[in-house]
Ligand binder design. Sequence first.
Ligand code: PHE
Length: 462
Amino acid sequence: MARRSSFSGSIGFILAAAGSAVGLGNIWRFPYLAAKDGGGLFLAVYLVLAVTFGFALLTTEVAIGRRTRQSPLTAYKRMHPRFKKLGIIACIIPMMIMPYYCVIGGWVLKYAVAFLTGHGLETAEDGYFGNFISGTYEPVVYTLVFLSVTSYIIYRGVNKGIETFSKILMPILLVLILGISVFALTIQYTDNQNVTRIGLDGLKVFVIPDFNGLTFDKFSITLMDAMGQLFYSLSIAMGIMISYGSYVNPKDNLVKCINRIEIFDTAVAFLAGVMVIPVVYVFMGKEGMGASGPGLMFVSIPKIFATLGTAGHVLGAVFFLMVLFAALTSAMSILEAIVSSFIDKFGYLRQKSTIIEFFIALFFGLLVCLGYNLLYFEFKLPNGVNAQILDLMDYTSNNILMPIIAIGTCILVGWISTPKKIIDEITQNGEHFGREKLYIVMIKYIAPIMLLLLLVKSAGLL
Ligand code: PHE
């Protein structure tokens, strides 16, 4: 059997994992939740959760990967034979996410191409997005291109593919997002010669806690929103961090790596807020902040670019290129979790595994695209969302299967194989594991209880 590939050093791992973590969720969901849930209050809750709950789960998954040297499908069984089924679910989740992530990646690609070829402002016309996704041909072509590029990178392997591309794309992404954020803070809206709204005011809405009318119920919504977001944003509970962890050199300091990944992810989420909230605020006021997801990214934001004229062309191109890189590095990690599972379980070569998953994702990706036209149907999910095929896949994976995996992982590590195994893995070179006690309490008691509440809430059962 071929020797397992590994990242060439901790930088490669940090950038690859941060690439996975930084994705559409940071850009279109974090700012929206922050604006909805009391600005600075949400930020504070999110930060506290990141260094406790997020840190415990991320550490656990990376350590499981490095300890077992296996991908999700086989790693859980290696930790304990009774947890084999958890591995199967942890492999099914990325297989469910991959097709629709590529469809959305295709939409971003379409917008990036439009802006780069000088047709960007057309995307602001009424009905543009709806017409685009309800076409049968274009969305399929863009999905195919996005999926092919992702597959090509994974086909090249851990070093030549994932590591090389992460090392190029992530620094560029950071520079682009910093640039747009600075710009966002300087813009202003002039009405009858009076400057009425400026970007900096929007920033205040984002960072200053709004305790107005805060009740216990409202606070619990903020808490659940922050937890769900953190969970998704760190790419936890879908096998990804196990598979990336399995390529980390035993000599690397995991504590440091994990801290850096969290800092990177949180910084980008924060910057996305600095970028999106002031812009939306300046042009649409406080009411405009209610949009998230495709509506924000593909409808509201292009309208803002259109009002900026030539600057809008440039800004739009930079923005969608940045989003494209964020989506691509996330898609790479989803595909790698699947491909490495096929390699470890069935002994296939990387190339063969990649090609098999390419066709599976293409098939389901086609179904997702057709969900907006030929296969259109009306369906209401238990959490009240009006669903298409994409939403159905998203709901099943994110709201149901992911919390189940995370709870199962806490039970496995907290109670069956014991936290000591994880702690030993992390401190094997004598590293100082500063939050050891916190880690144990988190993984045994607090995280599973919070996750259970999240499962009940996000599944719409409550
Ligand atoms: N963590 C990514 C984000 O914040 C999302 C993601 C989901 C990445 C699924 C990989 C897999 O957007």
